[in-house]
Ligand binder design. Sequence first.
Ligand SMILES: [Zn+2]
Length: 345
Amino acid sequence: MISIKSKRYDRLGRYHGLGESGLSRLRDAKVSVAGCGGLGGSIITMLARYPVGEIRLIDRDVMDETNLAHQALVFEHHIAQLTPKVVSATEYISTVNSDINTKSLFDDIRSNNADELLSGSDIVIDGLDNFATRFIINDWCMKNSVPYIYGGLVESEASMKVVVPGKTSCLRCLIPEPPEPGTVRTCDAYGVHLPIIPFLSALMVDAAIGILIGNETENTGAVIEVRLGVEGSSLRILGASAAQNPECPTCQGKFEFLDSKGDNRAISVCGQNAIAISLDTEIAPSSLTDTLGADFNVSVNPYLIRAMDESNSLVYTVFSHGRVTLEGSDDETKLRSFISKYIGN
Ligand SMILES: [Zn+2]
C-alpha cells in the first residue's frame, strides 16, 4: 500500500524550481519564525505545507479579539482562554504536517536571549510588529551569518527585504536607527487591508524557499514594495538597495542592539495607549494569584496573569517570560509601581 506521506509533496516536487533535490534540502532546514500574529501566522500556513525539517515559533503574545479578523491561526475559542499565538501555531502545524519538528517558544526576543532562542536557525523570517526586536534580530543574523527576511505592512502597503550576511545590505543599511514609537504607522492605529497579508507572506516564503535550496537570484537583497487596495495595486523592486551602506555599524561588525544587554527600559506599545517593560526574569503566573487577587479581578493561565483595575480602566498583564504590560495608560510610573509592589523587581 502506498502511504499518504509518500505522495503528499508530489505537486510541490513536480515544480521544476524545487524538484526532489529542493524538497530534500528543505528536510534538513531549520526555520525560525519570529512573531506569529497576522504576518507570521500567514507565513506559517504556507511554510507548514513544505517538508521543512524544523520550524521554531517565537512569539510573546496571547490572542485577543482584534486578532480574529486578520490572523489566520486565531480561532474564537482562543480568545477567552488567552491562548499564546505560539500554541495555536504549533497546533496548526502538528495538524497539517506531523513530519515537521515544531518548537514552540513563548518568549520575548531580547538582546540577552537572542542566542538561546535563535541559535541553530538556518534562516529567520520576520512576522514582527516592532522595530526594537527587528534590530536585535538583524544584528544577531549578521553576527552569526544567518539569512534574515524582513517584512512589514500597514494598511494596504507592504515591504520586504532579504538580508544575506556577507552578500547583501542589512536592515540597518536601510534604516539606520529604529523609528521612535509614534513616528511610524502601525496596524493597531491605521488598520490593515486583509489581502496584503497573504500577498506579503507569499513573497517572503518564496524568498525563504529560494535561500534554503541555494537558489538566490538577482533580486535577492532588493527591497520589494507592494501595494493593493483602493489606491490601486503595484509591485516595485528596488534593486539598488541591495548595496551595503558604508556607514552601517552592523555591517562593520558593531552589533549595538545585540550588545545592549539587560536593557529594561519601558517601551510604549506602538499605536496603543499602553506600555511594556521586560524584567529579564521568568515569572510563574500562578505565584501572583493571591497577591494580585486581593486588589484586582484576575485571570490566570500557565502563560500569564492578567489583573484588571476596572474602576480606572487599566489592565496589567504579567507574562511568564518576564514582560509586564499596562493597557489603558502609557504612564511608566504606574507600571513601575505595580511591578515593585506586586512582583518585587
Ligand atoms: Zn548594514
